[in-house]
Structures are given as C-alpha cells and as structure tokens.
Design a protein around this ligand. Sequence first.
Ligand SMILES: Cc1ncc(COP(=O)(O)O)c(C=O)c1O
Length: 391
Amino acid sequence: MGKKLNFYEFLANNIEQIKCSSLYRRLRIFSSRSGPYVKYNGKKVIQVSSNNYLCLAADPRLQQAVSEAVKKYGVGSTGSRLISGTHELHAQLEEQIAQFKGTERAIVFSSGYNANLGTLSALLGEDDAVYSDELNHASIIDGIRLSRAQKFIYKHCDTAELERLLSENHHKYRLNVIVTDSIFSMDGDRAPLKEIAKLKETYGAVLFVDEAHAFGIYGPNGEGLAHELGIADKIDIQMGTLSKAAGSKGGYIAGSNDLIDYLVNKSRSFIYSTAPAIPSIAASIEAIEIIKKARKLRKKLYKNIDYLKSKLTAQNFNLIPSESAIFCIKFDDINETSGVSDQLLEKYNIMASAIRPPTVAIPRIRICTMALHEKADLDYLVESLSELIQN
Ligand SMILES: Cc1ncc(COP(=O)(O)O)c(C=O)c1O
C-alpha cells in the first residue's frame, strides 16, 4: 500500500517524474486551416504530422456541406443515439458507409477510439479469446482490456506465431477473434491480411480489421486495404475512422445486420455517449462522396509516398520499412528524438512529431505525407532531416 499523498503533490510529483524521464508531452497549438502548411507561432510551417492524407479537413466542399447542414439543423445532436440523438443524417451516413464498404449495415461512433473500445468490449467476454498484433492501436488494446477475454498477443505481423496460438487454443473458447490494424499507425507497415484471412477460415475465427490509416487511401475507390487485396468479404468486422483521410470526425464499424444490431444493443460507447454532432456527420457524408471519386487525389498521394520513400531510403536514416503514407525514423535516445522534432519546428519550420514511450517502445520521428505536399516540401524535409540527424 502506498503512503497517503496530498492530491496536488501527487500531480506535481508525477509531472516532475515525466519531465525527468524526458517524456513530458506538450500541446502544439496551430492557428490556421489544416493542410500541407499550417500557421504555428505566427509562422508558416510544413505539416508532416497530421493524418489529413487527402487534405479534405479544410476542403471547401466539406465546409459548404457543414454550413448548409448547420443552417438547416443546428449543431448539437442533443442526446445519445438510443434516446433522442439519431438524426436522419446519422442514418444517411450509416447507409452510405455500408454501401461503400459492401456490407449489410454500418454504425457510426463519435470516434474511431470509441468504435474499437465499444465493439471489442461488447463482443468479447471471459469465455472468449482474442488474438492481437503486438503493435495494434491503443484503442484496440483498451477494448481488449475492458472485455476481460483471454488475450494472445502475437509478434508483429508474425502469422506463424498467430497460427500456433490459434491451433493450440481455438477449441477452448466460445469465440476466437483475430484483430489487427491494416496499416500500423506508428510504423506505417501493413498487416499480412491475406494470410490472416486464411488463418481465420482454417480455425473458424472472427476477423476484425482496423482500417483507420487505409480508409480513403487504398482500394479501387478508397474503401480500404482489404478491398485493394480483394478480401473484404473475409472480414467480419470492418472498422475505420472518419477522422483521418476523410477529414472529419468519427469512427465506424461495417458488417452484418446482426453485428450492427448487437452493437446498437450492447456497445457502451455507442449507447452511453451523445451522438456525433451535425457538423461532423455532414462533413463525413460529403467526404465519402469525394473519396469515391478521388482517383486523382489518391494518385497525387501515391506519388508523394513513392517520392518521399525514395528520398528517405537514399539517406542513412534508421527507417522503418513503410508501405503507406507514414514514415518513421527510429532513434536510440528519447532526448535526441524530441530534440530533432523541436529543431525541425523551431529552426526549419517543419512540424513532425516525436513519438516516444509509452506510445511506442523505440522512440521515433513520425512523418506523414499528404496529397498536396509539393515535391519541394519533401526535398526540404529530407534535407533538413539529414542536417539534423548524425549518421
Ligand atoms: C489504427 C488506429 N485505430 C483507431 C484510431 C482512433 O481513431 P480516432 O482518431 O478517430 O479516434 C486511430 C487514431 O489515432 C488509429 O491510428
């Protein structure tokens, strides 16, 4: 048992400890529209730390859709979805997502975090097992924790270990759920979805895929990586977020009619939280319509991804092999990582995040490119990084 502490001493001690371990987190406040460049401390900086992959967050079409919806319906949703909060726009967005993803139905949560938390915790219980990649997003980890299911964490993308765990354990549990990000948010690599989908079939498991960093970007029309690979029909629970490439806010689960009915009845983050507000729903509806037709924009993004990959690879950086718009340079030292991020911002006018423990085990600078970055921006980014990073 710990010694009784004064509350304010407890807070101050904790903050001091975080600072001493160089893990103190600070909010960086920008003051412009979101885009490839933002205003920070009065200066224009290149933004390479956001998830605004298609630059839709400040797109005039989304602004227009939001202002029309707000004029017509106001702002707040006034209640939880089951009480007073379900507006026809929520129903429209859910139908649109189901159609886009090719599923029977979809359900929208106030965030991707809440979608993962509320789905995993509602579906799984003590009699079930979950098989989760060790680098899955925090919202998946938290959903699993809440569920109290037996968890088996397999090494990152290691399908041999996943198979071993499934073969040894699947017969002992009521449900066996495999859960993985499709694109890993802090590494930028891809899950071996085809192999995982095969294992799901072999062992009669349920497959849950988080497409947060693939929705809008991959697939013939931006549906996600599973559609690109032609295996969307093998995925029982397709999760994604409206907060990244779609430039809005919210999360979704797409799947069977019964899955969605089950979540409407059992998912606590859906039931006990006020429904997403009108602006984010209106923006999401417009964003998905844009995404469906955004071939040119996606091509620009792919071009930037390829260009940045070739430039970064040509340097001697300790780069994590990326298969997406996310690029990470690893460091041995937390202070050096934070120093590089701070200097990029202060000296070079580039906003790139330092990602440190406990978010990741190995500290890194995380860079995300967007469709509307110019080649010159990416050249300047790589030059600045090579000036700062001693090889
Ligand atoms: C893989 C992954 N899943 C889920 C989420 C949560 O989504 P949201 O930001 O919409 O809450 C994120 C975002 O950080 C993510 O990267």
